[in-house]
Ligand binder design. Structure first.
Ligand code: UDP
Length: 482
């Protein structure tokens, strides 16, 4: 991916700094591979981050690569449990003891052997999230610098989070650097000098965020079976690799009747995950929005069979469906569940882009959120966003200026009222939307993110050199040496 694309979206001086940095990075990292390791090639925020960062790094001449580990179902049940605990929630309520550690290590052993065979001593390996923490020890034996990046966390560590920290700490301690998305997420007991705080970013040129004309967006939603209507243009978009793509698959809709083009729509796009609180969104809509406006609610997420490292998706979707069936018929008619096709990642992204752009108000009523890319995505599209004041969402939205934050994510009345007010006050919604885009431009784009990564790698290199010099100066002189 060509870093020159940023010329059109960031101020001139920042753009020049970015090109300089890309150039310096390529020279400094020449001959080294920057490996990224995670546990799924599609679905979720980490994938969304990795693709463009790798793309722009490679486009700048850095040999960045991405490998995905494999795991068995028991492994993913445990890592999802760890994920939930790191968010302060108990998830499936299962244990995280020596026995789970055994299963976790067992599943990673084969991955470790494969990875060690690929990595060279001068390389840098960035391991993402709990699924890969158990690889740190093995990767260190290669001599490469190892960074562990944790994309999840909670604002105030609780007992459940500590259980996950205690489980993971022995694996994580020896990493050369730890990256967290917020300072508040840093665990107890990690070496301060190895910590870096790096916030995520979105790729504004990807099919997820690329500009779409109104006709194109309507055509995509119509072809996907979400808002049926007569299309005037083909449902096309540009793929990540620059080739033309077109939406051909349809979403699976759970609804009494389709949306019509004149309906106003409140949208949340998320994995089917209890921490995204889709049932809370539905109740908030039913109790505090439906009676005050004729708007519809659209909850969209990936078709549940598709996300390999998220075993809870299907069960959460089933609960959402059951709650939908319990809604009074008049409200149920205005609530639509969309399971989006995932077979083609770019196609899925184009549908998400169209959905976010189509929404009158975007919501993200998460109970906990590492960062919440969906928030930045909607903000870039100038949508007014109503979201919970949790995790990284509070770093993105300045309340009342670039979105609306709900202090208590369980306060359905506050949530519904904020949504209803934005629906009636078009001027405020537009003002907030415009400010939201500027906020993303300033803080949440790739150039800032890549610069922070490069700085971290430079820091590790300097430390390496210093410790080598110290070791040399401490070692006794061989006899006869002067
Ligand atoms: N997403 C998607 N298709 C879907 C649902 C979600 O592409 O059907 C994307 C969404 O647009 C965002 C990412 O998945 O880019 C989710 O990242 P976020 O940080 O919001 O939450 P996470 O899933 O990592 O908890």
């Amino acid at each position: 991916m060509d870093p020159h694309q940023f010329e059109s979206v960031i101020p001139r001086s920042e753009y020049r700094d970015f090109l300089d940095l890309a150039d310096r990075g390529a020279r400094q990292l020449h001959g080294r591979v920057i490996w990224n390791v995670n546990s799924t090639a599609q679905g979720g925020g980490v994938v969304e981050l990795l693709r463009p960062l790798l793309g722009y790094a490679r486009g700048s001449g850095v040999d960045a690569r991405w490998v995905v580990i494999s795991g068995n179902p028991e492994f993913f049940v445990i890592t999802k449990r760890l994920h939930n605990h790191l968010h302060g929630a108990d998830g499936d309520g299962g244990a995280l003891t020596r026995e789970e550690q055994r299963v976790y290590e067992g599943a990673l052993a084969g991955n470790a052997a494969e990875l060690v065979g690929l990595v060279q001593p001068n390389d840098v390996v960035i391991l993402h999230d709990p699924q890969t923490a158990g690889l740190i020890d093995a990767v260190r034996t290669t001599g490469a610098a190892v960074i562990w990046r944790c994309h999840v966390g909670l604002d105030h560590g609780n007992a459940l989070a500590r259980v996950a920290w205690d489980f993971l700490r022995p694996y994580v301690l020896d990493a050369d650097g730890y990256v967290f998305s917020r300072a508040a997420y840093v665990w107890d007991g990690l070496a301060q000098e190895r910590i870096a705080v790096i916030q995520p970013s979105i790729d504004v040129f990807s099919p997820k965020n690329a500009e779409q004309s109104v006709a194109q967006r309507l055509s995509i939603l119509s072809r996907a079976g979400i808002v049926p209507q007569r299309a005037t243009v083909a449902p096309t978009f540009t793929r990540c690799d620059g080739t033309p793509g077109r939406v051909d698959r349809t979403a699976e809709m759970r609804q009494l009747a389709p949306l019509s083009p004149e309906d106003r729509v409140i949208t949340q796009v998320s994995r089917w995950d209890a921490l995204k609180d889709p049932i809370g969104v539905m109740s908030g809509f039913a109790d505090h929005v439906a009676g005050r406006s004729g708007a519809h609610l659209l909850l969209a997420g990936p078709a549940t069979a598709a996300v390999s490292d998220d075993p809870e998706g299907a069960a959460v979707y089933a609960e959402v469906d059951a709650a939908w069936q319990r809604l009074p018929a008049e409200v149920r008619r205005r609530v639509h569940l969309a399971s989006l096709p995932m077979a083609d990642t770019d196609e899925n992204a184009a549908i998400v882009d169209a959905l976010q752009r189509y929404a009158d108000v975007v919501v993200q009523k998460s109970i906990a959120e590492g960062f919440g890319l969906t928030v930045a995505e909607a903000m870039w599209k100038e949508r007014p966003v109503v979201a919970s004041r949790v995790g990284g969402i509070q770093d993105q939205i300045v309340d009342g200026e670039s979105g609306v934050l709900i202090s208590d994510p369980h306060d359905l009345r506050a949530f519904g009222t904020a949504v209803a007010e934005l629906l009636v006050d078009g001027d405020r919604a537009r003002r907030i939307g415009a400010a939201a885009r500027e906020r993303v431009r300033e803080h949440f784009l790739g150039p800032r993110h890549l610069a922070q990564y490069l700085k971290l790698i430079q820091r590790l290199d300097t430390r390496d050199r210093e410790s080598l010099t110290r070791r040399r100066s401490r070692s006794p002189r061989p006899p006869g040496a002067h």
